[in-house]
Design a protein around this ligand. Structure first.
Ligand SMILES: [Zn+2]
Length: 486
């Protein structure tokens, strides 16, 4: 019995996989709703009917509650919560630091989590806040690593999660990933990122997560600890996060907030309920807002929306359309757009993890020019065989006759030149682009430049309409390319 993770489909750095926890299997990406046994707005049984395969609860709440502690020790968490899926427990290091009236040590919490039947056990790590200075972040990382090693002496059967800390420092996050990897632990939460998400610092989130990923094995199952708002899950999945947890569905409900994939709204401000879930189809906005059962109904809706987004992400990964989903979601908030653009700057490093062929490529504006598929195409364009004289027909309409040229290539921005026989293959054949714009043509010129530089002995002529010709001349300066118009 142990934890292992198998990747089935990939898209960008995201993956669909199977997380095996003992004898149970969970599909990833997966959302673990947070359960507080004192206030179960939605019971674990109900969640199971909604398709929830795993949940997370706080071991410290059980430890310090006279009501739940003995019951959990006697009959186990699964019986107490009435849930037979996977149960993960958090050590509650944070709760202890805030409401620390009952002390518990690292070895005591992991032994307690085991005793109550938790299947994914978290040691008492130190969550270094993003504001911490470097020496503190380093010292706390060392303590966290010490605690993980100590916990391994109690939990030695693979059910221990190893948090990756390091504050806002990417070198520490990468080092933490490496040190966790060297301990051979499969399940790796990236910790202390909630303050980044709460303050919409998605750009920093991208840096921190990609740094941690760099240190970890590609086969590590990565849990983005505390991430559960549907608007950012696609971005997180694209970075290669496999597990999310959500207390947000309940916390937002308590504040009267209605989640959507493009942000949250106060229920009182809504005239309509734009959602297909049962709550929204059986209530008007007014009825929901005024209901004595408002908190529970909102929690149900919020959880439905979040679970549906997880399903959408899984489908996108299988289809190879995750970039389109990330693009769509991240346009809903400027700070998410910052995070998305940051991820695009890292696309050259992500190409190796991305898959080679996808179902389609939809151009959605200049950001699409930085996608992994475009970079991959540019890297392989020099394999196109060419003769001594080459015409590249850069037109949106029909290819002009290439009489007198050894090779005639077509041009599809943002990719670049391609031989007519590749017109049906990915990505050229499965990409849909609108009328050309400057960004896509400039990106396509990167492809032309690469091809020209790889074939110095050939003479290239770019044939384009008068409107676009200056752009080609500008972008292909000093390549020795000749020009013609049509
Ligand atoms: Zn709904």
């Amino acid at each position: 019995m142990t934890i292992n993770f198998e990747v089935l489909h990939k898209d960008i750095a995201g993956r669909c996989g199977k997380l095996r926890v003992g004898s149970k299997t969970v599909k990833t990406p997966v959302l673990l709703p947070v359960i507080n046994p004192h206030i179960p707005l939605i019971t674990p049984k109900e969640m199971q009917r909604m398709g929830v395969e795993a949940l997370i609860t706080n071991a410290y709440i059980f430890y310090k509650s006279s009501r739940f502690r003995d019951a959990a020790l006697e009959s186990g968490l699964h019986a107490v919560l009435d849930f037979d899926g996977v149960i993960m427990t958090d050590s509650g290091a944070f709760q202890q630091s805030v409401y620390g009236d009952v002390e518990i040590t690292n070895t005591e919490t992991v032994a307690f989590q085991r005793a109550i039947g938790s299947e994914i056990i978290v040691p008492m790590d130190i969550a270094t806040p993003p504001g911490a200075e470097y020496p503190n972040a380093r010292a706390e990382l060392d303590i966290t690593m010490e605690r993980i090693r100590e916990a391994l002496t109690v939990i030695d059967d693979g059910h221990l999660a190893a948090p990756v800390q390091g504050g806002r420092f990417t070198d520490l996050r990468e080092e933490a990933g490496r040190r966790v990897r060297d301990l051979g632990i499969t399940f790796c939460p990236v910790g202390a990122v909630v303050p980044l998400m709460e303050s919409y610092r998605y750009r920093d989130l991208v840096d921190v997560v990609l740094a941690a990923k760099q240190g970890l094995f590609p086969s590590s199952c990565v849990h983005l600890f505390g991430a559960g708002h549907p608007s950012m899950l696609a971005l997180a999945a694209a970075m290669g996060c496999d597990v999310f947890d959500s207390a947000a569905y309940a916390l937002y409900a308590r504040e009267g907030r209605y989640m959507t994939t493009h942000g949250s709204l106060k229920i009182g401000e809504l005239a309509e309920l734009p959602c297909a879930c049962e709550v929204c189809r059986t209530h008007t906005a007014r009825e929901l807002g005024d209901s004595p059962d408002r908190e529970r109904l909102l929690a149900l809706h919020n959880l439905h929306v979040t679970l549906a987004e997880i399903a959408r992400i899984r489908q996108s990964i299988q289809d190879g359309t995750l970039w389109e989903l990330v693009d769509e979601r991240c346009r809903n908030h400027p700070r998410l757009l910052s995070g998305y653009r940051r991820l695009l700057t890292r696309a050259p490093d992500l190409v190796a993890q991305d898959r080679v062929s996808k179902r389609r490529f939809f151009y959605r504006g200049s950001e699409s020019c930085g996608r992994t598929e475009v970079i991959r195409y540019h890297r392989t364009v020099d394999r196109i065989p060419v003769g001594k004289t080459v015409m590249i027909a850069c037109t949106e309409q029909d290819t002009p006759p290439g009489d007198g040229f050894d090779t005639v290539l077509r041009f599809k921005p943002p990719f670049g030149p391609y031989p007519p026989e590749l017109s049906e293959t990915y990505p050229v054949g499965q990409s849909e682009i609108p009328e050309w714009d400057g960004d896509m043509v400039r990106a396509g010129c990167v492809g032309i430049r690469r091809l020209v530089e790889a074939n110095r002995e050939s003479a290239f002529t770019v044939v384009a309409g008068e409107h676009w010709l200056p752009v080609f001349e500008q972008e292909l300066k000093d390549t020795g390319v000749q020009y013609g118009t049509i």
